[in-house]
Design a protein around this ligand. Structure first.
Ligand code: 0X9
Ligand code: CA
Ligand code: CA
Ligand code: ZN
Length: 440
């Protein structure tokens, strides 16, 4: 049984998610974003070694979620939604392909994409060293384990934070996953911030102490270490998103966040083309990294009960809090009742109020299939959110904001993380339905 078996359905409010998007888009439109001046083929970029490396373009005339889904169905990955355009990352061939399909692309000035240097972020090696340090400094509070290997054989690590960390206690478990997408380095910094904050404030901050002592917290600081390392290995950013697994036909890499085993490839929210940035892989969990984390989650079913109740999958960028489902525009769907939806919306909105992000159902952005949040909810009943961190637009540096914002933009999520930890005993508590769903 799940920790909060579902009871009878009750009536609840209809979702206002489309409105939320309209507001978000309106806000973005009101924020004066200089329109791109550069056009045509990519110019040599300060951030990228080769002239053919992927860069960002503004695609005009893409205004609604249906427009965005259509563009995504054509194999593009949408970095940012604006009032009546989107930003995509594409290499020369991809840009040519999209133009041939009739899209109008304008290259963003490359200076805007050069806000950071690889040295601004921790390497995966440094991440593992910091994890080891935390275990050494707080042996009663922190442990780490290798949960499997990436395609290239790199260890994927899960960190546990709790009192009596060596004991599997009967406490709500919470999972955080970071860095499914290689270039989203800020998310891995979010893992390091969370590790540092929960350990350094334990015994000092009463709220942190109480939550760490009453929960078992799992961090997977980098789900995609091969991709992360590849993105910076040349000394300049490669705009790499996927893992590094070669594909049978053409191309390298699977989009890990299209490879999860729920409604995999169902709905035009991923690509079957190995060269696409949203390639879904040859089958569900065909990416070793996804299989490793999925096995870890299945391993948290103890005595028939999934121990993890809540989860955040960390991404950049756009400053959003997203909840399932991504594969359908419908607010409710098989396995997602009106109460479930109301709890997702209430908890997502409450978290967004703490960090100023915009809350919405993920499909209000565009349809995605095979994502981790859909799988964790549908298959494991885990209240799973996706956060898109700083910046809100490419003007803030896109995937590569400068190092000086890291402290501010990771600690910005402190209250949201603590709020999720708090509600992990019974997420339905957020809609006042704890007696119905979580017993007494
Ligand atoms: O498309 C994605 O995988 C995420 N956006 S990103 O720009 N970081 O690639 C959003 C995932 C949110 N979750 C769902 N859409 N289900
Ligand atoms: Ca404990
Ligand atoms: Ca436990
Ligand atoms: Zn992402």
């Amino acid at each position: 049984m799940r920790p909060f078996p579902r009871g009878r359905r009750t009536t609840t409010v209809a979702a206002a998610a489309s409105l939320a998007l309209a507001l978000a888009i309106g806000t973005q439109a009101a924020t004066a974003t200089p329109s791109p001046t550069a056009d045509g083929p990519p110019a040599a970029s300060a951030t990228t070694a080769d002239a053919d490396a992927a860069r960002q373009y503004e695609v005009s005339g893409v205004a609604t979620r249906a427009d965005r889904t259509a563009l995504a169905r054509d194999g593009a990955v949408i970095d940012e939604a604006r009032a009546d355009s989107v930003i995509v990352t594409a290499d020369r061939a991809e840009a040519t392909r999209l133009r041939a399909l009739g899209y109008e692309l304008a290259a963003l000035p490359s200076a805007r994409q050069a806000a950071a240097a690889p040295e601004d972020y921790h390497t995966y090696e440094e991440v593992l060293a910091l994890v080891d340090d935390a275990v050494a400094q707080h042996p009663d509070l922190v442990s780490s384990q290798v949960i499997g290997q990436s395609y290239e054989g790199t260890d994927i690590v899960a960190v546990k934070i709790s009192d009596n960390v060596a004991t599997d206690e009967d406490e709500p478990e919470v999972l955080f996953t970071y860095g499914q997408h290689a270039r989203e380095h800020l998310t891995v910094e979010m893992a390091l911030y969370t590790l540092a904050e929960l350990t350094s404030q334990h015994g000092a901050d009463p709220q942190v102490t109480e939550l760490v002592d009453s929960r078992e917290i799992w961090l997977v600081p980098s789900v995609n270490p091969d991709g992360k390392t590849y993105d910076t290995a040349s000394g300049s950013f490669r705009n790499w998103r996927k893992n590094r697994q070669p594909n049978p036909g053409s191309g390298i890499g699977t989009d890990l966040n299209r490879n999860w085993a729920y409604e995999w490839g169902c709905c035009g929210g991923s690509s079957g083309n190995g060269s696409s940035d949203t390639y879904r892989g040859s089958g569900p969990e065909s990416a070793p990294e996804v299989a490793v984390v999925a096995d870890f989650v299945r391993g948290r079913v103890v005595g028939g009960e999934q121990q993890i109740t809540a989860h955040i999958d960390w991404h950049t960028y756009s400053e959003l809090v997203l909840w399932p489902y991504g594969y359908t525009y419908d607010d409710t769907a098989p396995g997602l009742t009106e109460d479930d939806q109301a709890a997702f919306e209430a908890l997502g909105t409450a978290m967004a109020e703490t960090n100023g992000y915009t809350p919405m159902q993920s499909s209000d952005l565009y349809i995605t299939d095979g994502t981790i949040d859909d799988w964790l909810w549908a298959e494991h009943g885990i209240f799973s959110f996706a956060f898109e961190m700083y910046p809100s637009s490419s003007a803030g540096g896109g995937f590569y904001p400068p190092g000086e914002v890291i402290d501010r933009e990771t600690s910005r999520n402190r209250e949201a993380v603590l709020l999720l930890l708090d509600y992990a005993d019974c997420p339905y508590r957020v809609i006042g339905a704890e007696e119905q769903y979580c017993g007494a």
